[in-house]
Design a protein around this ligand. Structure first.
Ligand code: PEP
Ligand code: MN
Length: 263
């Protein structure tokens, strides 16, 4: 598999590189974009703490159709405002190929969520557009299936794929939302040249478990972290229980800075 893939992401602040030969890149932000004030404030906080990319969902894959579904297109405009205000690059999820063109106008990285990891027609379409793709592992996907999903994107012409472990289905939901499979880090390293990201927020489902898993991910050699941060987790419209406050995120970034390749 040769040279490690170096994914270069164009942001207003300049190129951000994710790959083995670069410092760890932290992606942070809320689960969902709720309103302009919160997304801009969160962007400012996470940037000050050292995040290089802002995450935030406009189109949300919610288990219940009655739960908040994301603000859709209007949230894309708010992400653009946060990008403009802070210089951070933007990553957001595409659920439906119909929305891809307008997402690509705003996003610097396109996220394919766990539930769409094997949506092959969507994978072909994100493979045919120019922005890097953040491919989350399906919650019951084998490593082989995950790598083949990445192959769909690359075969369609886009070599810039980042693999993100976000926890696999657990039998013990009393204590964790998912089982975060950190053992994929050395396994993927032996199998692929693609960069490896870890999402300890969805991986555990609990804010109090996020810092230790983030540190473990860095120690094990992850190239990037994705962490949910919300200015008021108790009031979040989605994934509040797993979201760090900006203050806790700032402390985590300081803790991470002493481990391995963290910035
Ligand atoms: C998310 O990142 O907000 C998300 C929905 O993640 P996943 O696809 O891993 O559940
Ligand atoms: Mn979420």
């Amino acid at each position: 598999h040769g040279q490690p893939t170096d994914v270069a992401i164009e942001t207003p602040d300049g190129a951000v590189h994710i790959g083995q030969n670069h410092p760890v890149v932290t992606i942070a932000g809320p689960c969902s974009v709720e309103n302009e004030e919160m997304i801009v404030a969160t962007a400012q906080y996470v940037k000050a703490s050292g995040a290089k990319l802002l995450r935030g969902g406009a189109y949300k894959p919610r288990t219940s159709p009655y739960a908040f579904q994301g603000h859709g297109e209007s949230a894309l405009g708010l992400l653009a405002a946060a990008r403009e205000a802070t210089g951070l690059g933007i990553i957001t999820e595409v659920m439906d190929a119909e929305d891809l063109d307008k997402i690509v106008e705003v996003a610097d990285v396109v996220q394919v969520g766990a539930r769409n990891m094997q949506n092959f027609s969507l994978l072909k379409k994100v493979g045919a557009q120019p922005k890097p793709v953040f491919l989350k592992r399906g919650m019951s996907a084998t490593i082989e299936e995950w790598l083949m999903a990445a192959e769909y994107i690359m075969a369609a012409g886009n070599p810039n794929v980042i693999l993100c472990e976000r926890g696999i289905r657990t039998f013990d939901r009393q204590y964790a939302r998912n089982t975060l499979d950190l053992s994929v880090i050395p396994v993927l390293r032996s199998l692929t040249h693609l960069p490896i990201a870890i999402d300890p927020s969805h991986g555990t489902g609990r804010a109090e478990y996020v810092p230790s898993m983030a540190m473990a991910a860095i120690a094990a050699g992850a190239d990037s972290l994705m962490i949910e941060v919300h200015p008021n987790p108790a009031k979040a419209l989605s994934d509040g229980p797993q979201s760090l406050t900006p203050q806790r995120f700032d402390r985590l970034m300081q803790e991470l800075s002493v481990i391995g390749r963290a910035v």
